[in-house]
Write a new protein. Structure first.
Length: 113
């Protein structure tokens, strides 16, 4: 469980920054060179590389170097632990809301009597 929580923390941290989310959105279209990912951000290359390191540490991207060009690719399967956790949270809250709805409905019926 501790490993699972660690993975979740890395994923949520990586997705917490709008610059990193924008990079992931771009990578959803296909692999891209680091310079291409850096261009729309207006950030200097060392800052972009730090953002990419966070994404890579979380397992959301993979990078490879071909000559002088470093390119990155999205690894969508890395989102699975987050999807599982969010699905469990959704089920928990839906069950709680269903119980609340039943309770309120029962109270209203008793009030009508």
């Amino acid at each position: 469980m501790a490993k699972f929580e660690s993975d979740l923390s890395l994923l949520f941290h990586a997705l917490s920054d709008p610059t990193r989310r924008a990079m992931l959105e771009r990578l959803a279209q296909g692999p891209a060179a680091v310079t291409e990912l850096a261009a729309p951000t207006g950030l200097r290359l060392p800052t972009v590389l730090r953002h990419l390191a966070v994404l890579e540490e979380a397992g959301l991207i993979a990078s490879a170097k071909d000559g002088r060009v470093r390119s990155c690719a999205l690894r969508p399967e890395a989102l699975a632990p987050m999807q599982d956790w969010l699905g469990a949270q959704r089920a928990l809250w839906e069950a709680r809301l269903d119980r609340l709805d039943e309770y309120v409905t029962r109270l209203m019926k008793e009030r009508e009597r």
